[in-house]
Ligand binder design. Structure first.
Ligand code: CU
Length: 352
C-alpha cells in the first residue's frame, strides 16, 4: 500500500512538473515582464486569482498578514460500491441500517504571516457540522437522522517559494495536522442508549498527520492557470486503535478575467484516500456501513466552476472574495459508501 501511494504521488508530481515546465517555457517565449521584483504576494502580483478552494498556493512579503474565512457545504446521496450506484434491491443486508444522505458543512478560519520573504506560516482552524439521514435496512420509510458539530483538526503549515519569475510561481507547502477534533462523539441511540457514531460522523482523525503540497501558478495576459498536488500521511494509530487512510489530492485549473475585477475559474479536482486501518471497538461495524472501517476511501474527481472578485476595486482592502461549486464526474468508492452529489464553497481572503 505504501508503495502504491509513493507511485501515485510520484506520477502526480511528474504530470504537474511537465505541465509546469511547458507553461514556463511559453512564458519565457512571450517576454511578458511582470514586475516580479516588487511583488512578493500573490494577491498583488496576480490579477487572476486561483479558484476559491485552492489554499496554500502563495506566500506573502515579510511582516504581512492574511486572514481568511471559508465556508464549504457538501451533499452526499446514494450508495456506491466501486463505480456503480446500488439500487434499493442491492442494498447490503449485512448492515442493520442503511445510510441515505449526508450534509457536511465546514467553517474555516485561516491566518497567514510572513516571517520573511522566503517563509510564510499558515494556520487553519475548521469547525464542522455534519448531519446524516439513515433508515432500517428494508424499511426505507423509517428515516431517522444524527448530528455532530464542533472543532475539527487544526492544520499548521510553512510555505516557501521554490521558483518565481515572470508571473510563474512554484510553491512548496508542508506541515502537520493536529488531532484537535473529537473522535468519541455519541448519539442518543435507541431506548436512550448512547452509541458512538460512525467514523465519518466524527470530527477529527485522532492522529497527528504530515501533509505536503506543491503548487504551480502562472499568468498570461487575462489568463491564469495552475496545478496543485498534495498528500497526507498518518503517523500511527489514534487512542481508539485505528487510523484514517493516507490520502492524495490533485487540482488543475484555468482562470480568465471576464471584466475587471471579476475572474471566472474552472477546475478539475481529484482526491484519493485509503480505507481506515484498525477499528474502534466502540463502533459496531454490523450496525451501518458508515461504522465499517473498510467502507471508507476511494477515488473521486469533481469538475468545478467559480467566480473571484478582487476586493481592492470595491473596498479599501486588498484581497479576494470567491465562490466555487462542483459535482463529481467520477467516483470509485470502497463500498457500500455514500456518493457525493454536489459541493459549494466560498472564501474571503484579506491581506494586511
Ligand atoms: Cu495568503
Amino acid at each position: 500500500m505504501k508503495l502504491r501511494i509513493t507511485i501515485l504521488l510520484s506520477l502526480l508530481f511528474i504530470i504537474t512538473g511537465c505541465f509546469s515546465a511547458k507553461v514556463v517555457q511559453a512564458q519565457h517565449a512571450d517576454h511578458h515582464e511582470h514586475c516580479e521584483t516588487e511583488h512578493v504576494s500573490m494577491h498583488t502580483s496576480h490579477q487572476v486569482a486561483s479558484p476559491a478552494g485552492i489554499m496554500g498556493d502563495h506566500v506573502h512579503s515579510k511582516g504581512s498578514w492574511m486572514f481568511s474565512y471559508m465556508y464549504m457545504g457538501m451533499q452526499m446521496d446514494g450508495l456506491y460500491d466501486g463505480r456503480s450506484e446500488l439500487n434499493s434491491t442491492q442494498l447490503n443486508r449485512n448492515y442493520e441500517m442503511t445510510p441515505d444522505n449526508m450534509f457536511m458543512q465546514m467553517h474555516m478560519i485561516g491566518a497567514m504571516y510572513a516571517v520573511s520573504n522566503r517563509v510564510t506560516l499558515m494556520a487553519m482552524v475548521p469547525f464542522l457540522q455534519k448531519e446524516m439521514g439513515h433508515f432500517h435496512t428494508g424499511h426505507q420509510h423509517h428515516q431517522s437522522s444524527m448530528n455532530s458539530a464542533g472543532l475539527g483538526d487544526i492544520k499548521l503549515s510553512a510555505i516557501t517559494p521554490l521558483y518565481r519569475k515572470n508571473g510563474n510561481n512554484l510553491i512548496l507547502n508542508g506541515g502537520i495536522i493536529l488531532p484537535t477534533g473529537s473522535i468519541d462523539v455519541a448519539s442518543d441511540g435507541h431506548m436512550g442508549m448512547e452509541s458512538r457514531m460512525g467514523y465519518g460522523m466524527q470530527l477529527g482523525s485522532g492522529t497527528t498527520d504530515l501533509h505536503g503540497l506543491i503548487s504551480y501558478s502562472g499568468q498570461a495576459g487575462n489568463w491564469g492557470f495552475g496545478s496543485q498536488v498534495g498528500g497526507l500521511i498518518r503517523l500511527g494509530n489514534n487512542s481508539e486503535q485505528y487510523r484514517h487512510g493516507n490520502s492524495a489530492e490533485h487540482s488543475v485549473w484555468l482562470g480568465r478575467q471576464i471584466a475587471f475585477p471579476l475572474t471566472a475559474t474552472v477546475r478539475l479536482n481529484s482526491t484519493w484516500q485509503d480505507h481506515i486501518h484498525g477499528q474502534d471497538s466502540n463502533i459496531n461495524p454490523a450496525m451501518i456501513a458508515t461504522a465499517d472501517p473498510y467502507c471508507y476511501g476511494g477515488l473521486r474527481s469533481r469538475a468545478m466552476g467559480g467566480l473571484n472578485l478582487q476586493l481592492g476595486s470595491v473596498l479599501p482592502v486588498s484581497g479576494t472574495f470567491g465562490v466555487e461549486a462542483g459535482a463529481p464526474i467520477y467516483q470509485n468508492l470502497n463500498g457500500p459508501q455514500m456518493g457525493e452529489s454536489w459541493m459549494i464553497l466560498s472564501a474571503i481572503r484579506i491581506s494586511l
